[in-house]
Design a protein around this ligand. Structure first.
Ligand code: TPP
Ligand code: MG
Length: 491
């Protein structure tokens, strides 16, 4: 149960015009009592019943589709993290480094060859929690998961495959180059150029979300007709928040809910930015998508705030912090990404003495580093687990991230970050230090690829986790039997 239940009635900051505060407090007490004696589900049903009653009285005819701008899964309801957080961070950091190095090196060699650094920088935790704990490979007794990776985050998938030993340094050097088949790496996911690797083409925005719905539906079809046992399979699609503006992205949402596709999880990487600007500067993309998906009948899980915020939310007795989160628009959150801790203290927390008091023990540096949910493996894991366990239909996870996370001055949260392809020596040094990549100062300027020794803890962990999940992903099995074309005279 939510940690605030049982405390709201004593310190309800809300007021209702014309109703005295004692009467309002009684209402809160009743609600707290239902939560304590019966539980979360009964509270939900009670609220629905009240809403229905109000609607019969001719009041509140529209249902609210938005919840407050906080995580759907509270800190109290979050499961323990099953992995080794420290090793996973080291592996993730190496993948971040190699993904960045691949793009930087390719562009040094051939100016203008392109590629993206910032998208994967925002999506790394969303991908890695999946790789370490969820994305199951196809094996003899598991029909395998189907993962649609956000297309322009491809360098991160290649960098992981490099650590796993599936791709060589030479292949990484050939990223985006016209090379003989099998010796290079295609810019974006596509099985045509890499038939044993990518399962699906995804980068034309909108393809992944709509194809994922049809894929999940087809798996159910095969299962329900007893053709193939696809019951262990799950379809995952990790897509951009700007991508959700494509008509294709939203075209099949109601179909997914109507057919109760509980084998489908859509993860929206909400870094609040698209090609060269904000997705919704003056609004909130996560809230907008929440109402869209909930209206279409999906299970919605918001992953907005990282663990750093848990103690602040727990101390937010009168709801002022949540109110401030609700009132702040995406453009302003982007400003905080690039602003100093001092500015955040004044502008975000400076609205009232109560808010200021919440963060008086935090330094400016800590304020600047308060993490977003999509960069916190614990929060991401909790959401993925809840999505997998949900049996009533498809789930969307709306994860708030920072575009260009870790690039600092070189582009973190800045409008130019989508196109960033080169880092100077100073920027490389600070990236190295931020993620503790074990390279000496004099090695960094060259942006070398880095792979730990095969018997290191990181490599053992990396291989062990994939072994538990049936092997490497993505992997495309190219063994579909060909069908013989009947002779023309048969027609
Ligand atoms: C249909 C289509 N139109 C335009 C593009 C060009 N394009 C590539 S990435 C991008 C912006 C992506 O923004 P978002 O989906 O938010 O992803 P992010 O990089 O921010 O994670 C655009 C417009 C494309 N790939 N596909
Ligand atoms: Mg985006």
């Amino acid at each position: 149960m939510n940690q605030v239940a049982g405390t709201l009635s004593e310190n309800a900051g809300e007021q209702i015009t014309g109703m005295d505060t004692d009467e309002l407090a009684e209402w809160f007490e009743c609600l707290d009592d239902v939560a304590l004696r019966h539980g979360d589900e009964q509270v939900r049903q009670l609220l629905e019943a009240l809403q229905g009653r109000a609607s019969r009285l001719g009041i509140c005819r529209t249902a609210a589709l938005n919840t407050p701008y906080i995580n759907t899964i509270t800190a109290d309801d979050q499961p323990d993290y099953p992995g080794d957080g420290a090793i996973e961070r080291r592996i993730r950091s190496l993948i971040r480094w190699n993904a960045m190095a691949m793009v930087v090196r390719a562009n040094r060699e051939h100016q203008g060859i392109g590629g993206h650094i910032s998208t994967y920088a925002s999506a790394a935790t969303l991908f890695e929690v999946g790789f370490n704990h969820f994305f199951h490979a196809r094996t003899d007794d598991h029909s395998g998961d189907f993962v649609y990776f956000q297309g322009h985050a491809s360098p991160g998938v290649y960098a992981r495959a490099f650590l796993e030993g599936r791709l060589s340094k030479e292949q990484l050097e050939n990223f985006r180059r016209e090379t003989p088949r099998g010796t290079g790496l295609s810019s974006y996911p596509h099985p045509w150029l890499m038939p044993g690797f990518w399962q699906f083409p995804t980068v034309s925005m909108g393809l992944a979300p709509i194809m994922a719905v049809y894929q999940a539906r087809f798996l159910k079809y095969l299962e329900n007709r007893g053709i193939v046992d696809t019951s262990p399979s799950r379809v995952w699609a990790i897509v951009g928040d700007g991508e959700m503006d494509e008509p294709e992205s939203v075209g099949a949402l109601t179909l997914a809910a109507r057919e109760k596709l509980d084998n489908l999880t859509l993860v929206v990487n909400c870094n609040l930015q698209r090609l060269d600007g904000p997705v919704r500067g003056n609004g909130k993309i996560i809230q907008e998508l929440e109402s869209l998906f909930r209206g279409a009948g999906w299970n919605v899980i918001k992953v907005i705030w990282g663990s750093d915020w848990d103690p602040l939310l727990a101390a937010d007795d009168d709801g002022q912090l949540v109110q401030r989160m609700n009132d702040t628009v995406d453009g302003q959150f982007q400003k905080y990404t690039v602003a100093s801790g001092e500015f955040i203290r004044e502008d975000f927390f400076g609205k009232s003495p109560e808010l200021q008091a919440l963060v008086e023990d935090l330094s400016d540096k800590q304020l600047q580093r308060l993490n977003r949910g999509g960069h916190d493996p614990h929060k991401v894991y909790a959401a993925y687990r809840a999505a997998v366990e949900y049996e009533d239909g498809p789930t969307v996870i709306l994860a708030k991230t920072i575009k260009g996370y870790g690039l600092g001055e070189a582009g973190e949260g800045r409008n130019i970050t989508h196109k960033q392809k080169e880092l100077n020596e100073e920027e490389l040094l600070s990236f190295r230090s931020r993620f503790d990549v074990p390279l000496d100062d004099d090695e960094v300027a060259d942006a070398p690829f880095f792979r730990p020794e095969e018997d290191s803890d990181e490599m053992k962990y990396l291989h062990d986790r994939r072994a538990v999940l049936g092997g490497s992903s993505p992997a495309r099995v190219d063994n579909a039997p060909s069908v013989e074309v009947p002779p023309l005279e048969d027609f």
